[in-house]
Design a protein around this ligand. Structure first.
Ligand SMILES: Cc1cc2nc3c(=O)[nH]c(=O)nc-3n(C[C@H](O)[C@H](O)[C@H](O)COP(=O)(O)OP(=O)(O)OC[C@H]3O[C@@H](n4cnc5c(N)ncnc54)[C@H](O)[C@@H]3O)c2cc1C
Length: 470
């Protein structure tokens, strides 16, 4: 069995062929095309014999071209299709495909899935969890997800192998078009304005859209080609994970271990054990770039040492490992900005939206996808270019309003826990005190009532609001 731990920033998906496969879900609804939309215009163009430039055909144009069909891309596509726009999603892999992930969803992500009408019952392949079990500093505590009106009181687990496929099919059912096996290599630019008007694929095919969304994950080749690079002043995590057959596979708590040691130093990060409900557990660990030796750490060795201390009956041994150890980067706290420029919007990991407090990225990919779609739908309904631009400029502002202050606090947090003495003090004294841990869970999970709530909710919301946006 080969093991791969790519360095931070390395794309984690396996290379795919370039064959284009129009993958429509069985029974999916036809794309609902608004009069005046790109598809309608292309249809008219082809019937009148007008031709488009490059290798494009009428089917290669859409109101919106979305690059990447992870959670962010599928959320954008779902909401745009629901708004009646013609949306074309380009995905370089073929589903089902692996994505390196912990596979854990907090109530935040559950809420976002519910809003999209994604079936999340046990019979649909999901395993529910009640909360978080934290182990560290000689203590162990089980914390149920907070009971709030704003978020459901449970989380979920499901392997990304079929989660991402289910989400993409859900977007298709809403009317989005998906092309699998299309590796986007760069933008098509308008010579006069410098605006993005589409994308090119590795096989030379061109796709045109009135708007383009980069939902192509951490490496976001499209953003880089548009001059949007990662920011060095924002946190970054690196995590590795694998699967073991284990009697703990149906654990109804997500388990996080804070005791990750490098010699005498307690490292900033955590190890996790998430039962998958299918006979296996997803086991992994993630670290932040605020630790001294970040970049030199041997993640596989750290994982091996950490698991060696686990009870043998849990089964986390080589003979029970079912997958290679794989790793990838977690781009945090808006580590790529601006989130809108020259016709391109960034959603999910492409815009560095992972929560720096806990490494959660799926919920934020879904939420930013929804926000991007709502902004685009409003913008495209404006009759003038100036009007459209005014609306599009609100996207980064709305993101800052939603997460900016909280992510700034997250940056302070990752700097603090990068100091081994602070990490040690917090673990030793925090884990044994339930009231501190309940506060910590709400803060780290960004799980507070949006309005009102208890004293803890009000404190966290007030501090996040008062903190300047990142
Ligand atoms: C080890 C690890 C564990 C994690 N655990 C969790 C967890 O438990 N819970 C959680 O909430 N988050 C977790 N995360 C973070 C989470 O995986 C991401 O934040 C999330 O996947 C972001 O979704 P996305 O849609 O923005 O990007 P992705 O999920 O990365 O999707 C991007 C898509 O774009 C496609 N693509 C890329 N380049 C191109 C191209 N050039 N052309 C066409 N398509 C392209 C990719 O194939 C992919 O399908 C973890 C991350 C790691 C690395």
């Amino acid at each position: 069995m080969t093991e791969q731990v790519p360095p931070a920033g390395t794309p984690d998906s396996t290379p795919q062929d370039e064959s284009v496969d129009v993958a429509r879900a069985r029974g999916s609804a036809p794309s609902r095309t608004r009069p005046g939309s790109a598809a309608a215009v292309s249809a008219v163009a082809s019937s009148t014999g007008a031709s488009s430039t490059g290798a494009s055909t009428a089917g290669d144009s859409a109101d919106v071209v979305v690059v990447g069909a992870g959670p962010a891309g599928s959320a954008v596509a779902y909401y745009l299709a629901t708004a009646g726009l013609d949306v074309l999603v380009l995905e370089k892999t073929h589903f089902p495909r692996e994505k390196v992930c912990g596979d854990g969803l907090t109530p935040r992500a559950v809420k976002a899935l519910t809003a999209m009408g994604v079936p999340i019952g046990q019979s649909d392949g999901w395993l529910r969890n009640k909360g978080l079990r934290i182990v560290g500093g000689g203590g162990r505590i089980e914390l149920d997800w907070p009971d709030l009106s704003s978020y459901p009181g449970y989380g979920l687990v499901r392997t990304r192998l079929d989660f991402d496929q289910a989400l993409a099919r859900h977007a298709q059912k809403a009317g989005a078009r998906l092309l699998e096996g299309v590796n986007v290599t760069g933008p098509l630019l308008d010579d006069r304005t410098g605006r993005i008007v589409g994308v090119t694929a590795r096989n030379g095919r061109q796709f045109r859209g009135r708007m383009v969304v980069a939902a192509d994950g951490n490496s976001s080749r499209l953003s880089v080609a548009m001059g949007l690079h990662k920011r060095d002043d924002r946190p970054l995590g690196v995590a590795v994970r694998t699967y073991y057959t284990s009697p703990r596979h149906d654990d109804d708590y997500l388990e996080a271990w804070l005791d990750l040691w490098d010699g005498n130093s307690l490292l900033p990060g955590y190890g996790w054990i998430f039962g998958m409900g299918d006979g296996t557990s997803n086991v992994g660990l993630g670290l932040l770039n605020t630790s001294k030796g970040f970049g030199e750490i041997d993640y596989r060795e750290l994982l091996r040492k950490w698991l060696a201390a686990m009870p043998a009956e849990w089964g986390f041994s080589e003979e029970n490992r079912t997958q290679p150890v794989r790793g990838a980067a977690l781009p945090m706290g808006f580590n790529r900005t601006p989130h809108y420029t020259r016709g391109l919007l960034l959603a999910g990991d492409a815009g560095g939206m992972v929560n720096p407090f806990n490494g959660e990225g799926i919920g934020y990919a879904l939420e930013s996808g929804e926000l991007a779609a709502r902004v685009i739908a409003q913008a495209l309904a404006r009759p003038t270019a100036a009007g459209r631009e005014r609306v599009l400029q609100t996207y980064p502002r709305q993101l800052k309003e939603a997460y900016g202050g909280y992510y700034t606090l997250g940056r302070v947090f990752v700097d603090l826990i990068g100091k081994p003495s602070f990490m040690q003090f917090a673990t030793k004294h925090g884990v044994k005190r339930p009231y501190i841990m309940r506060f910590t869970m709400k803060l780290l999970g960004n799980l507070t009532e949006t309005r009102g709530g208890d004293a803890v909710d009000r404190l966290i919301n007030a501090v996040s609001k008062m903190t300047p946006a990142a």
